[in-house]
Design a protein around this ligand. Structure first.
Ligand SMILES: [Zn+2]
Length: 261
């Protein structure tokens, strides 16, 4: 449950822009995990229950093993985030999304989850989706097979421990597209699809909020899967105008699962 007090803390945190440490997904990084389940039914004050369940890996029949975008004829897009970095900055970003009714997808680095285990629950409690972005955010496509597999399962284990599932999606680290071998390893680990993207916001280079906003709004179209990063103050500042711009174009920011299923 997210208490009013905690909301106040999160609101305060939104004003704090610190700790941009994550590197671009194509060059470096790490990710996060999900949570437990419970439908928001009759309130039972004595036994708080999580409002949002962690989803198992999404299966989208008819879609390829590697997904880079959703339907082009719809009105939805997915904003997907490398999950790593300062938790106050990450929480501020989630808060901005929630104020606008947007839902995000966070692909968490396993070591970040070790450092910030509460973030898994926080992400799910906001109605967002949580996935696997490898254990250490190494150049996964260049690793020996056993090490690449361990990178996938290492993050999956942390997600399962924190949330009860291995997360909705797997996104490879330091690459836009997985090799066939990494796609196969991800399937072996339990992920029917690998999540790529078709629009890079370039936010990890910290070009400033106006540049991030412009890159996203110039390139976005129905079905886009946009790559962004937690832990970057410029991305936090860019999110409200990005969401405003999407709204003006009749587009909605939804979870990746909602986008493709
Ligand atoms: Zn990344």
């Amino acid at each position: 449950m997210t208490s009013p007090d905690r909301r106040s803390v999160l609101r305060a945190a939104a004003a704090v822009a610190t700790g941009a440490t994550a590197t671009a997904c194509t060059r470096g990084g790490a990710d996060l995990a999900a949570a437990r389940a419970a439908a928001p039914t009759t309130p039972r004050p004595a036994s708080p229950r999580p409002a949002h369940a962690a989803r198992p890996p999404t299966r989208a029949p008819g879609l390829p093993a590697q997904i880079a975008h959703g339907p082009r004829r719809g009105d939805a897009v997915a904003l997907t985030f490398h999950g790593q970095g300062d938790p106050k900055t990450a929480t501020a970003l989630l808060h901005e999304a929630e104020r606008a009714g947007a839902r995000l997808t966070v692909l968490a680095v396993g070591t970040w989850l070790d450092e910030q285990p509460a973030m898994a629950r926080r992400i799910l409690d906001g109605g967002h989706e949580l996935g696997n972005h490898t254990l250490h955010h190494r150049t996964i496509c260049a690793l020996p097979e056993d090490e690449a597999y361990a990178e996938i399962t290492g993050c999956a284990d942390r997600l399962r421990s924190l949330t009860g599932t291995i997360g909705s999606w797997f996104r490879p680290s330091r690459t836009q597209y997985a090799t066939d071998r990494v796609v196969r390893l991800a399937r072996r680990a339990g992920y029917p699809h690998v999540l790529s993207y078709d629009l890079d916001s370039l936010d990890a280079d910290d070009p400033g909020a106006p540049a991030v906003q412009r890159t996203v709004l110039d390139g976005v179209r129905p079905g886009s899967v946009v790559s962004l990063h937690l832990g970057h103050p410029g991305t936090v500042a860019a999110l409200p105008p990005i969401l405003d711009g999407l709204h003006r174009r009749g587009l909605r920011a939804v979870t990746t699962t909602e986008l493709v299923t």
